[in-house]
Design a protein around this ligand. Sequence first.
Ligand SMILES: C[S@@+](CC[C@H](N)C(=O)[O-])C[C@H]1O[C@@H](n2cnc3c(N)ncnc32)[C@H](O)[C@@H]1O
Length: 664
Amino acid sequence: MDVPSLNKNDYTLFQKYCEKTIGKLTEECVESFRATKDEESRIKLIYDNAGLLPITVEENNGKNLEKHNRKKSRKDYDNALKAYNAGIIKCPQDSVPARELLTILISNRSATYFELREYKRVFNDIDYLTEIGNYPTHLQYKIWLRKAKCYNALQNERLATEAYNEATESLKHSKLDEATMATKMKEIENARVNKTVDPVKHEVVPSVEIGVFVGGKEYIAAHPTITFDQDPYQGRFARATEDIETGTIIIEENPHCAVVDASHVLTNCQNCSISVDQPIACSSCGNVVFCCTNCERLANKSFHKFECPIQQSLFASGASINCSMALRIISQKPFSYFRDKHNKLRDYMKDNCKKNVTKKKVYRFDDYDNVFFLCRNENMRTKEDLVQYSCMAIYLLRLLKFGKYFPFETKDKVLTDDELFISALILRHLQLLQFNAHEISELKNTTPTSLVKGLLTNYENATIGAGLYPTLALFNHSCDPSIVRYNIKNKMVVRTIKPIKAGDIVYENYGPLYTAMAIEKRQETLKNNYWFECLCRPCVELWPMFDEMNENDLRICCQKERCPFVFVVNTDDDPFMTCEYCHTVTSILPHLKGLMVLDEILPLAEALYGTGQFESAMKKFIEGLEILYKFMSPPHPEMIKIQQRIRVCMVHLGNKSCAYKVKL
Ligand SMILES: C[S@@+](CC[C@H](N)C(=O)[O-])C[C@H]1O[C@@H](n2cnc3c(N)ncnc32)[C@H](O)[C@@H]1O
């Protein structure tokens, strides 16, 4: 979790707008919010004030080549690529000469990749410029010659021959004088004869393989051993129906919606969130990038066509990432989608219905109804909070109108019935995102920092955006979580980080960990951000933080089945302990013997870890952790250290920034 709901520290345009609107409301109006039961009445109460305040819509679409088309020396590859990338993103595409210039920039970038022997990227760029379609015919021979040389290097003789033939043919359309044309022809023939085969450079692919995950019958994003229960205090939560081993993937879920944050719009794909170093540009704005033409097409068919004109304004306003998501849940679907649900959803909102009464047999990530019914802690909201959120919803609705989301004429000052309905949905989204959004992350290098005592790391699993995952959103919090999360593109992968027994609640973590934060701070954070009092084991049993733990204190369960007593013993103590509850005598000797295996497993795991063999290291650490849990009860510093190692291994299976390098 950890997705901020409002940028509380910066006094943003967005906050100014909200404050000004609230400042104009009469006390009577604010007071009447208390009596409102549904989102539409709240919007209606303040639209006259919030709708009248001017909002700033940026005219600048971010397309401006002037600053970016400086020529770079081809030999300074890094800087050349940076300059071409910036040029490609900022190059306007609204006229034939502009698009021609763009294709030349793309061609130059492909030439740089050719020098770097990154042939896949050369082909990507040639496909890209072909798709733009305005590459000058008289230069076409250059593209065919480059393609032919790539096929040569990749030892594909048939395609190389075809490309050489095309190069010879296209040379006829060049504007070269006869002598230069003859020299070029010779160059083509020489290249054809001297089939220089380069060793293919290993491509550093920033993301990883996606395995086959078979989910449950009802909750298809969750492992079949996970079910969802409910109680009046905790609401819905996940529970294991069978024993689950450490490391099991228990959730693989696509986001209902996912957005890249403002500082990553030019480094991560707007559609799938992956780190991008060969960007594909939006044809209309210079404010986003895509990883491939397919992502560009998908985004432009749905949300980006409406967000393109307003994204700059949204970021400039300083609105939080939750605002971008509240908007994206709407913009990614056409207005007709929501109009068709109008009557049903409006009735739910009017009745303030908590339950999805039309609960379906299958719970899917892309089903809007599941999102609509996510937890909002509605009955705990103050009227001030509702006023603030209603202002935000109106601001976002007005941006959507500027983005021409509605398939009918709209007027900024007028609120139609359809617009009222959409703004009510946005208001609902803002409330539910406050509790249910998750960050999307990727590995980045940092200078070494100490995360947990004794464990140095030189990476950071940095946030690059946020997403809404309707199945993961049903997991409750514990300060000693059962899981680790990481992303593959914007898909969320969740794996267990300890052995889980049948019937146990499976907890995730909303930020505060008992190992690193004192109980008072944890309780305060959870109360402020998630509005509940945490009754997890570390909070109730007052587990010590990592720094306060003693390596020599072993916590061993009474051997009588179902007796909850735990002995805290020291290796020097008498090995026979009598239970204070049931008076059964437990010998700690079998436990000490069982733990001795760790002397073999852990050095091996550390050696694999130290050489960057994260998957193999993870398996060994998991083996070690299972043994620790078998013979000991948490907490123990060794458990935490191993879990920390497993966490590092797991996140290495997820997204990595293009610049990320494993540093050992
Ligand atoms: C992401 S939702 C979790 C699913 C939620 N319980 C539901 O019914 O949809 C977060 C909200 O669940 C509740 N919650 C989460 N963890 C909890 C816990 N350990 N004890 C009590 N309530 C919890 C809080 O209301 C919190 O704001």
